[in-house]
Design a protein around this ligand. Structure first.
Ligand code: CP
Length: 306
């Protein structure tokens, strides 16, 4: 793996190595000696983060991961406006330039598929930090790591995905990755306008992975091991009057299994009420923190396999 552009690259074998490394880094970060040891690992590397779309978690956790491994970071947080893209520079030319300043490039962009083009033009590793309605593979990486830490296994789980499944890229990447594990089944909860894409459903059928679609959230959560909820992606809607339709609140919690986990890629808007946060099954803030450990593991993987 020279670049990480798509979730299909995250095979169970690759994920197992990354999660093991993430656990190792997590432990080292617990002590001052461990933190010092980590900072000495990659002092000669620089990571560039080019974000053409807004981000809090993905950009900052990549930058934190790089800095915790001793790397330098160069960044443009509003590349759509403040990079030379606005003057008409192509993504290919941009990476041909930035690879002279950095040893890896993390890119988020509103256009699906553009990170593949960047990777094809780049002699240094490129990481897809989210491309339009396409994919968000590093989110899938941290999501799988979170499921494994919270549930103790990645096998035999019913994964409920709900909210805006049509425009959310995190659910598309996670569905692909989880479908590789034995005994996974999916329940998709959405309004008819926000259903999971046909390409992902076709992939699940091809792999013989069971899935159902419903709009009955209270019934669906009864059998779910993982409840993965998402916000309405307002910035991608052609019809601005669309509503997500469902909310996870304390009444939904009553129907959930005692041993289950509630996840969300964040940002949360109003689709999970604040009252849910104190439930021990609500893992979304732990999930967001896991982003640093797995992105440290990913940077290490990309540099050590070059
Ligand atoms: N989960 C996620 O991608 O969050 P940001 O948009 O804040 O990076």
């Amino acid at each position: 793996m020279d670049h990480l552009v798509a979730a299909k690259q995250l095979t169970p074998e690759v994920l197992s190595g990354l999660m093991q490394k993430a656990e190792e880094y997590r432990k080292l970060l617990e002590t001052p000696e461990g933190r010092k040891q980590l900072r000495e690992l990659y002092p000669d590397k620089v990571v560039a983060t080019l974000f053409y779309e807004p981000s809090t978690r993905t950009r900052l956790s990549h930058e934190s991961a790089a800095q915790r491994l001793g790397m330098g970071v160069v960044s443009t947080e509003n590349a759509a406006e403040f990079s030379s893209a606005i003057k008409g520079e192509t993504i290919e030319d941009t990476v041909r330039v930035v690879c002279g300043y950095a040893d890896a490039i993390v890119i988020r962009h509103k256009e699906t598929g553009i990170v593949d083009r960047a990777a094809a033009a780049s002699p240094v590793p490129v990481i897809n930090a989210g491309d339009g309605t396409g994919e968000h593979p590093t989110q899938a990486l941290l999501d799988v790591y979170t499921i494994w830490r919270e549930m103790g296994t990645l096998e035999g789980l019913n994964v409920l995905m709900g909210g805006d499944l049509a425009h959310g890229r995190t659910v598309r990447s996670l569905a692909q990755v989880m479908s590789n594990y034995k005994g996974t089944s999916f329940t998709f909860v959405s309004t008819p306008q926000l259903q999971m894409g046909d390409d992902i459903k076709a992939l699940l059928k091809e792999r013989g992975v069971a899935f159902t679609e419903t709009d009955d959230v209270n019934e669906a959560v009864k059998q779910a091991d993982v409840v993965y909820w998402t916000r309405l992606q307002k910035e991608r809607l052609e019809d601005p009057t669309l509503e997500a339709g469902f909310v996870i609140d304390e009444s939904v919690l009553q129907n959930m299994k005692e041993k289950s986990v509630i996840m969300h890629p964040l940002p949360r808007v109003s689709e999970i009420t604040a009252g849910v946060d104190i439930d021990p099954r609500a893992a979304y803030f732990r999930q967001s923190h896991n982003g640093v450990y797995v992105r440290m593991a990913l940077l290490d993987y990309l540099f050590s396999h070059k």
